[in-house]
Design a protein. Structure first.
Length: 267
């Protein structure tokens, strides 16, 4: 390669870097708070130059036995959605054998420590940045997905839409208002959970007041359109086992940011 071609390549790379909006440069922060005498932490990525315009906010909950930093490094949602505030909370030890980090998924367990932590995170991020309900989301994997289903029941008014990956809860029922939900499950998950996945879809469809009208959606899912007063439910399976799907961030972004989720409201 000649000196001239090297110079042209360098100039092209520089022009590309300068063309990246400043808001896409994320800064990494660690949030800390004392909840009932226990320190809780969360990893937050936010645009370096956020400005005054409201930013999307998403809380992303790791699975049982994982940590927020490893989960963030694996999922990389902050890389794929640099315009958003992406928060990866850290779970605490749950009753498992052996003991592992995770989340509550019933009201009252662990003195509702994770619901309290979520309340604080929403308040603290809202204090630091401009956010709106219409662009506040929650996503979770495995045990983190169970907690997101609890948020959908107990904190539905604080979020605009939800995403659950690799979790089953066939008995799910709640008195909360329907909210848009993307629900994904791996085709190679353990066979004993495949039937529960189907029953979970049915339970979520009842909760979201889904109609029988459905259409192909994204590259993974079927979209169940809602009855009056309901909300959209997209569900599908991906070609993997108990891991975050390879195209999960792409599907998350499309579901949370396209007009198909126009059913969001402030109920």
């Amino acid at each position: 390669m000649t000196w001239l071609s090297n110079r042209i390549l360098a100039l092209c790379l520089l022009a590309t870097m300068l063309a990246i909006p400043q808001a896409s440069i994320a800064k990494r922060l660690v949030l800390k708070v004392d909840i009932d005498g226990v320190e809780r932490t969360a990893l937050m990525y936010a645009p370096e130059h956020a400005g005054s315009a409201p930013l999307p906010l998403i809380l992303v909950f790791h699975g049982r036995g994982d940590s927020n930093d490893k989960f963030a490094a694996a999922v990389k949602l902050h890389r794929d959605w640099p315009e958003a505030i992406v928060v990866y909370p850290q779970g605490r030890t749950i009753d498992s054998a052996p003991p592992m980090r995770g989340w509550q998924y019933r009201v009252g367990t662990y003195d509702d420590r994770d619901l309290k932590f979520t309340d604080w995170l929403l308040t603290e991020v809202g204090r630091r940045y401009a956010t709106t309900l219409q662009s506040t989301f929650a996503a979770g994997f495995s045990n983190g997905g169970h907690f997101v289903l609890l948020l959908m029941a107990e904190r539905h008014a604080a979020f605009s839409a939800f995403m659950v990956v690799g979790s089953v809860q066939p008995e799910y029922a709640a008195d909360s208002a329907p909210k848009p939900l993307l629900y994904l499950f791996g085709r190679d998950e353990h066979p004993e959970f495949q039937g529960d996945w189907v029953k979970t879809v049915q339970a979520l469809a009842r909760h979201n007041h889904s109609s029988s009208t459905q259409t192909a959606y994204l590259a993974c899912c079927q979209l169940l359109l809602p009855k009056p007063g309901g909300a959209a439910l997209a569900y599908g399976r991906y070609n993997a086992g108990h891991i975050w799907p390879h195209r999960g961030n792409e599907w998350l972004l499309q579901f949370f940011t396209t007009p198909l989720t126009a059913e969001r409201n402030e109920k």
